[in-house]
Design a protein around this ligand. Structure first.
Ligand SMILES: Cc1ncc(C[n+]2csc(CCOP(=O)(O)OP(=O)(O)O)c2C)c(N)n1
Ligand code: SF4
Ligand SMILES: [Mg+2]
Length: 296
């Protein structure tokens, strides 16, 4: 049965500099609730470097290192080696990076960390674009979405290419644990983090992080948008434990993808045919996931 409470301890403070309704702040909050205070966080260039550290303050009650945009995976490995040298065996090292810093420029360092079997956690918070620099498309931006570099005009209909499947890339490295998490389902989120914390080796989270200004919706709707992402099967919740897939939220009948798309201005230009195409893609991905689960 799903647990109905999450740890009360707050390791992320109020007074940070995120936009109202920022999903990425909730991602950090729930991650740290699951990991506890014996944690060191490394963060590359992204919204979160700005959120956490408006000088001379910090929004975190754990140590945080700023690393280069492309270097999160290497930074996790380095911190792990340093912690081991100092005898800090009980400290969890976690990299906290955006989709641009993970699925694009940081992919090589992430792959290296996974291949070296570094004992650390990598979380990609996915707001589906380069938000900190002004909503440019990333490899994780979904097909059809408006961004400032995938405009909607007489030449273009938003992003023309499909979203990169980061979980498939991670799965190909055979880590002991990988999971998707969503801020609309905090019990599921924290439970997965606690489970990952108890495992050794490279672990990965793909976290959905709705972004009001980038996705063009009103800031009080973050949880509604996030919940719809999962309940339409756009962002399924699942874990992969030693190669075995397990879907952690399954509705009898998923909601139509249109319900999710219409909450956000970045999709407001889509016509019926384009929505039907996205629905078909979501259905195909869900079917593939069910098949992967069935392999267990
Ligand atoms: C090598 C390098 N190139 C470009 C930048 C500029 N830059 C800083 S943050 C950022 C976007 C990060 O996007 P993402 O990782 O998705 O995080 P988000 O801003 O969306 O939170 C870019 C391009 C940089 N800091 N370093
Ligand atoms: S731009 Fe988006 S991800 Fe960045 S702080 Fe604002 S809401 Fe959060
Ligand atoms: Mg991003």
């Amino acid at each position: 049965m799903a647990r109905l409470t999450i740890p009360a301890q707050e390791l992320m403070r109020s007074g940070h500099s995120a936009c109202p309704g920022c999903g990425a702040t909730l991602v950090m909050r729930y991650l740290l609730k699951g990991l506890g205070e014996r944690t060191i966080v490394t963060v590359p260039a992204c919204c979160w470097t700005v959120i956490a550290t408006p000088f001379p303050t910090t929004a975190l009650d754990v140590p945080m290192l700023d690393c280069a945009f492309e270097a999160t995976g290497a930074s996790i490995s380095g911190l792990r080696a340093a912690a081991d040298q100092l005898g800090l065996k009980d400290v969890t090292i976690v990299g906290f990076a955006g989709d641009g810093g993970t699925a694009d420029i940081g992919l090589q360092a992430l792959s290296g960390m996974l291949e070296r079997r570094t004992d650390g956690i990598y979380l990609m918070y996915d707001n589906e674009a380069y938000m900190n620099t002004g909503v440019q498309r990333s490899g994780a931006t979904p097909e059809g979405a408006w961004t400032t570099t995938t405009p909607v005009d007489e030449f273009s209909r938003g992003k023309l290419e499909p979203k990169k499947d980061i979980m498939a890339i991670i799965a190909a490295h055979n880590p002991p644990y990988a999971a998707t998490v969503n801020v609309a389902f905090p019990e599921d989120f924290v439970k997965k983090v606690e489970k990952a914390k108890a495992i050794h080796g490279p672990r990965f989270f793909h976290a959905l992080a709705p972004c009001p200004p980038g996705w063009r919706y009103s800031s009080e709707k973050t949880i509604e948008v996030a919940r719809l992402a999962t309940d339409t099967n756009v962002f399924p919740l699942y874990e992969i434990v030693d190669g075995v897939y397990h879907i952690t939220r399954k509705l009898g009948v998923a909601k139509p993808v249109r319900e999710y798309l219409q909450t956000q201005g970045r999709f407001s230009h889509l016509d019926d045919a384009e929505v039907a195409k996205i629905q078909a893609q979501v259905d195909a991905r869900w079917k593939r996931l069910l098949a992967l689960e069935g392999l267990a």
